[in-house]
Design a protein around this ligand. Structure first.
Ligand code: CA
Ligand code: CA
Ligand code: CA
Length: 435
């Protein structure tokens, strides 16, 4: 009995200590100017960040400010950067081709960004108006609006060995909502050496977000490469498609992806290309509802099946991507980059249905893709392979085969999806009454 009471006292003491600690140390740093007045200006936000400690909230009050110098959060602190709400605090990107907000994350230092509208001002850079780097494993970016990115760049660019969740963000007038480049160019090989972890927290989760583009031309809700792991679920995509890079234009392909319970819609009077377009890696695609005038529901491309400037698709000239060797050469049985288990070069490096070489025999291991319960305009939607017109010996159909590399209308035999909503969305990040 005595021991039990002692343990109980210790537990209560520990709990009180946690409460006391969080109350004592998690402070709110209101952003003010040199006169002490509420401010959303970049220099004042930076000053508040500089004096904040782990767990503190830097509160950006209502107002509209153009950030023409970059605001940075260093990897020495994990903070909450919070606006007064999307209808109240507006930050306008004003640093041209450089991100106006850059967070360098760190392992063990979770960070949160929430509660403001971020206006790209039609100049979104390729590395995002908002750039996340470093190796934080539990960030959250939520309840924001990002708008007016029509400049060809990204709203949000995430690179490094980093995982977390982006939820309830509205991407409006979107060119490219989110680019995930986990591993980044220099860490892409290391990212591909880590084992496949479908159904776990080891990914960048994008959930309950809305991506909308109302222009005449199609754009992409998001992208991934350099060994990225992306889970894209419960999102609403309007007049856009999802596209992941392979072992072609990037250092390495995206590593893995889980795409489920999303809606992809083309509104009346518009047309778009592919709803889901993937160029490498493995994963699952299920329960997606595709509606409207998309040319294709789900397409797999593997560029190196046919990187030949002379083939018919290219019209005898090298055009972007699909007709360039990009320094990687074709997968044709002679390229040491590939598995070369048959005369076509199969399995090609980072191709669909292949993953980390966990058994270290020098050949990327088989992990077929599974597709089930996807529809386009009410009918069954399947993965189809882009077989470049006129390309043979080898053809894409030699490298990507149904029943071997991918399976349509077949539930994955062992996969279980990760908890929804993502547990990080339960983390409180709203002080009771910020002032
Ligand atoms: Ca192997
Ligand atoms: Ca089918
Ligand atoms: Ca199907």
């Amino acid at each position: 009995m005595k021991t039990k009471k002692l343990i109980l006292c210790l537990i209560i003491g520990l709990l009180l200590n946690i409460v006391w600690n969080s109350e004592s140390y998690a402070a709110i740093k209101n952003v003010v100017n040199s006169s002490g007045q509420p401010s959303c200006e970049a220099a004042d936000v930076q000053t508040a960040i500089n004096i904040a400690s782990d767990g503190d909230t830097v509160f950006i009050p209502a107002g509209s400010c153009t950030w023409d110098t970059q605001v940075t959060v260093p990897n020495t602190k994990g903070i909450i950067l919070m606006g007064a709400g999307v209808s109240k605090t507006t930050i306008i990107h004003g640093t041209g081709s450089t991100a106006s907000l850059k967070i360098t994350g760190a392992e063990g230092k979770p960070f949160v960004v929430t509660g403001f509208t971020y206006d790209a001002n039609y100049t979104a850079p390729s590395t995002g108006i908002f750039n996340v780097v470093g190796d934080c494993k539990n960030f959250r970016i939520h309840h924001m609006t990002m708008k007016n990115n029509t400049g060809g760049g990204r709203f949000l660019h995430i690179s490094g060995y980093t995982y977390g969740v982006i939820d309830h963000v509205t991407f409006d007038n979107d060119y490219m909502g989110i680019g995930v480049y986990s591993g980044d160019a220099t860490g892409a090989d290391a990212a591909w050496e880590r084992p496949l972890t479908l159904g776990t927290a080891n990914a960048v989760y994008i959930e309950d977000c809305t991506f909308t583009q109302t222009g005449a031309t199609g754009y992409f809700s998001n992208d991934g490469y350099h060994g990225a792991r992306v889970v894209f679920r419960y999102n609403t995509v309007i007049n856009e498609g999802l596209s992941f890079h392979g072992y072609d234009t990037g250092a390495r392909s995206i590593h893995s992806w889980e795409i489920y319970n999303n809606t992809f819609t083309v509104t009346s009077g518009l047309s778009r290309g592919r709803a889901i377009n993937i160029r490498g890696g493995t994963g699952v695609i299920f329960n997606n509802t595709i509606t409207g005038n998309y040319t294709n529901a789900i397409i797999f491309d593997y560029y190196r099946s046919c990187t030949n400037p002379d083939h018919v698709d290219c019209g005898g000239s090298t055009t972007w991507g699909q007709c360039q060797t990009l320094g990687k050469g074709r997968c044709d049985g002679t390229n040491p980059a590939d598995g070369n288990q048959d005369s076509t070069g199969y399995p090609c490096k980072d191709q669909h249905g292949r993953t980390t070489d966990a058994d270290l025999n020098g050949i990327q291991d088989s992990s077929p893709v599974y597709e089930w319960n996807n529809t386009i305009n009410g009918a069954d939607a399947d993965i189809s392979i882009n077989t470049w017109n006129g390309c043979a010996n080898p053809a894409a159909s030699d490298h990507l085969q149904s029943g071997r590399d991918y399976n349509n209308d077949t539930e994955h035999p062992t996969y279980t999806s990760y908890t929804y909503p993502h547990p990080l969305t339960k983390t409180p990040s709203k002080p009771e009454s910020p002032r």
